[in-house]
Design a protein around this ligand. Structure first.
Ligand SMILES: NC(=O)c1ccc[n+]([C@@H]2O[C@H](COP(=O)([O-])OP(=O)(O)OC[C@H]3O[C@@H](n4cnc5c(N)ncnc54)[C@H](O)[C@@H]3O)[C@@H](O)[C@H]2O)c1
Length: 388
């Protein structure tokens, strides 16, 4: 069986998810399209990198990503670092001819994403950007229903990604609140996931009209150098520093195919943990999805007999996309990690078959253009054409 040696950079939240996905791939998809091998893990300090090796099952560790991407034994460079290092690592990996997995958002801005896309252009390598939520079986099934024409011509898409992990102003200021590292706040961090879903299901987005806010304009410094996503740490009395990214974005969308849409992205939505989803309406039906109930898809078909009309709740399982690979009966449930394994299968299959992955750097660049247009629209207070 062909093996693919992985170098993973970054051992935080996403490092954990990606390492588990490589480990889980052959358990779900047997035989695997190729066998990923967790070869080298990289982090900033020896202690972090060595812990990454022991905890996430890698053979070796390093603190020098630039040397690792040149290592001839490495096939895949997997970028799980904060957004400010994606471009530098990806461009070096492309120059070394490696396949690349990169966490989202692809970059901090569209020009930076374009440099990454240019770096992989014309090279015989597979690249992927980790908009994982589109790989949720219920979402893939929604796309199948749309492609089969079950809900007719698409008219509108209303998406949301509401969260509350930083809703308390005493939540420490991590890299996610710093423009120099993150690029933007809610827009690139969580809005980008819904934009990916909107493009995946409805098609290209050509214009946006946004309201962009920063309600919490300063936060306490975090203790230590590590991110505190989801941490219970609160420092109401600590020294404070300014937040220079958005924490709230609401925007209208105009799709190239004629549909309209809207997306709400918020870090201030108490009670919403990971409330990512959409409501989608067409000329003959509707679909509702909510990641917090990710094993369910609500569908409405206008051609049901009038007395039976209503949303039905489909529980995904073996008959649905990826269902046979995952768990044997509906109701056992898939979770966040299962979706990361499906995503990983998409990457490894594409490499094994010598084709491009989806979504890839071209998608990541397009979403970066949309994110930049949202930021520009928030400043100009009006419609902005994407890429204009
Ligand atoms: N797809 C998703 O659902 C999802 C969820 C969370 C985060 N993300 C994305 O994943 C990326 C990482 O986020 P995270 O939550 O894992 O962050 P994190 O802060 O938890 O972890 C980042 C890791 O990268 C390491 N690192 C930073 N700079 C480095 C460098 N130059 N060399 C080596 N290691 C370095 C840090 O030490 C840390 O271990 C971000 O781009 C983020 O937007 C995606």
């Amino acid at each position: 069986m062909r093996t693919l040696n992985v170098a993973m950079i970054g051992t935080g939240f996403m490092g954990k998810a990606h390492a588990l996905a490589y480990a889980g791939l052959p358990a779900f998809y047997w035989p695997p399209p190729a066998m990923p091998v967790r070869k080298i893990v990289v982090d900033r300090t020896e202690a972090l990198a060595a812990t990454g090796r022991d905890r996430f099952g890698f053979e070796q560790f390093s603190t020098d990503w630039a040397a690792v991407v040149q290592d001839p034994q490495i096939d895949i460079v997997d970028i799980c670092t904060p957004n400010d290092s994606h471009a530098e690592i990806a461009i070096a990996a492309a120059a070394a001819g490696k396949h690349i997995m990169c966490e989202k958002p692809l970059a901090r801005s569209a020009p930076e994403a374009k440099r990454m896309l240019d770096a992989v252009a014309g090279k015989n390598l597979t690249h992927m950007v980790a908009f994982n939520y589109r790989h949720t079986p219920a979402v893939v099934f929604a796309r199948k229903l749309i492609e089969e024409g079950r809900i007719g011509t698409l008219l509108n898409f209303h998406g949301h990604y509401l969260s509350d992990w930083p809703a308390d102003p005493a939540t420490p200021l991590s890299w996610r609140f710093q423009k120099s590292v993150a690029g933007s706040g809610t827009i690139g961090d969580i809005g980008s996931h819904v934009l990916d879903m909107a493009r995946y299901l409805v098609g290209e987005i050509e214009a946006v009209n946004a309201i962009v806010q920063t309600y919490i304009a300063e936060r306490p410094e975090q203790t230590g150098e590590f991110d505190k996503l989801g941490s219970a740490e609160r420092r109401p009395e600590g020294p404070r520093r300014p937040v220079d990214v958005d924490d709230e974005a609401t925007f209208l969308l105009r799709f190239a195919g004629g549909a309209v849409g809207s997306i709400d992205a918020s870090r201030n939505a108490y009670g919403r943990g990971n409330y990512l989803g959409f409501e989608l309406h067409g000329t003959t039906g509707s679909i509702i999805f909510n990641f917090e109930r990710m094993n369910e898809l609500k569908v409405f078909f206008a051609d049901d007999p009038p007395e039976l009309r209503g949303f039905r709740t489909i529980m995904t399982g073996p008959p649905h996309p990826h269902g046979e690979a995952l768990w044997p009966v509906a109701g056992l449930g898939v979770g966040y990690l299962d979706v990361k394994i499906v995503e990983c299968h998409g990457l490894i299959s594409a490499i094994a078959e010598g084709r491009q992955a989806s979504p890839n750097f071209a998608d990541g660049y397009r979403i970066a253009l949309i994110c930049d247009a949202i930021l520009a629209s928030g400043q100009r207070r009006g419609w902005v054409e994407v890429g204009a």
